[in-house]
Write a protein that binds this ligand. Structure first.
Ligand SMILES: *Cc1c(COP(=O)(O)O)cnc(C)c1O
Length: 372
């Protein structure tokens, strides 16, 4: 059994994907071809934002967003400590200081602890609080209803890291539309993935979009060979855009619904024995991961071994919170408030989740987890 069955997805969409790739091969426009523009428009429409800039990967998308918001040395950026490294790494990469915040029972940033940390940074440090970099972890949007109020109160920008959140919703508003700038990743295993690296940036602000477009093309001014700032080279290949156009259709037509059906069945069957993911009322998850929290008595290593013996793969997302990563040794702040994330790192276990997970396989996973 596969943890995420990318091959089953390819088999289901094979004809359309092969045709789309062949069309790009025949066109000769391997960079910035028509498919890239078409994808940008379809992504913007789907997410309900004005502008979308496809780029090379989800990490670049975050760096470009931070640069466009002029976040730099002496700036503080608030970020959940329970996330993938790139969310925090990029803050440090532009010279700013990540301030790590605990998560709540949705796996997303704890908004009460967030507000407390903002006050403490103002009182106890010389840093300028500039932005909140929220993460839509495992597919569920962070609580933007609360986060937007806090951002307004303390005059902070919001960068939405929706690498795992594409397709999620809060009361009909789509993920990738919540931040001043939102970002996503098309890494193959994400809810919407391509066949290599890819990413995209979203905003409603025309000026920010122009800045993002400049940073992504060597700091271009009026054209590519007029360079007005130090930038990057971050593009999505035409072939990847062509693949994503096919996959976006499947995502809209049935994959997002299927992911939710599979999650519902897991929850219904496993909730007596395991702590199953909590999705807030009015929120929709795109289930980048389905993550259980094991009880105190359970031995995670032993369960992983037991599952493996029955050919069931599982993953630990994430084993180490950001504030305990070696690379962030010098960045520790408000450590007392990060205990829930530390606890979860020892108790979480993600199980196979894909719209192509078969009934037989899901039934087997449930049976083995209940048997254990
Ligand atoms: C995957 C991921 C990224 C980085 O995306 P890449 O395309 O791999 O660079 C950033 N943030 C989060 C939360 C992610 O899961």
């Amino acid at each position: 059994m596969n943890f995420i069955d990318l091959n089953a997805q390819y088999k289901a969409l094979e004809k359309d994907i092969d045709q789309a790739i062949q069309k790009v091969l025949d066109s000769g426009k391997y960079i910035n071809g028509d498919e890239v523009k078409k994808l940008a428009k379809e992504l913007a429409d789907y997410c309900g934002v004005k502008y979308c800039l496809p780029c090379a990967n989800g990490t670049d998308a975050l760096v470009l967003a931070l640069k466009a918001l002029d976040i730099k040395k002496n700036d503080a950026v608030f970020v959940p400590t329970f996330t993938f490294f790139a969310s925090a790494e990029t803050i440090a990469q532009v010279g700013a200081t990540p301030i790590f915040i605990d998560i709540d029972n949705t796996f997303n940033i704890d908004t009460q602890k967030l507000e407390k940390a903002i006050k403490e940074v103002k009182k106890k440090t010389d840093l300028n609080p500039k932005a909140i970099l929220t993460v839509d972890l495992f597919g569920q949007p962070a609580d933007y209803i609360k986060i937007e109020k806090i951002a307004k109160k303390y005059n902070l920008k919001i960068i939405e890291d929706s690498a795992q959140g594409f397709g999620g919703e809060i009361k009909g508003r789509k993920a990738c539309s919540f931040g001043d700038i939102s970002t996503t990743s098309f890494f193959p295993a994400k809810p919407l993935g391509c066949y290599g690296d890819g990413g995209a940036i979203f905003t409603d602000d025309k000026e920010l979009f122009e800045l993002l477009s400049s940073y992504a093309v060597h700091g271009k001014g009026s054209y590519k060979y007029d360079n007005v700032r130090i930038g990057y080279n971050s593009r999505l290949d035409t072939i990847q855009a062509a693949i994503l156009l096919v996959k976006l259709r499947a995502f809209k037509d049935f994959e997002l619904t299927k992911r939710n059906d599979i999650a519902k069945k897991y929850t219904k069957n496993l909730k007596e024995k395991y702590t199953t993911p909590y999705v807030k009322k009015g929120f929709l998850s795109s289930w980048a991961q389905y993550t259980l929290i094991l009880s105190d008595e359970m031995d995670r290593e032993d369960l992983i071994k037991y599952l493996k013996e029955k050919d069931i793969p599982s993953m630990v997302y994430y084993p180490i919170p950001m504030h305990l990563q070696t690379a962030f040794g010098g960045y520790n702040f408000n450590l007392d408030d990060l205990k829930y994330s530390e606890e979860l790192c020892k108790k979480v276990l993600s199980i196979p989740m894909s719209p192509y997970l078969t009934d037989d396989d899901q039934n087997k996973i449930i049976k083995v987890l209940l048997e254990y």
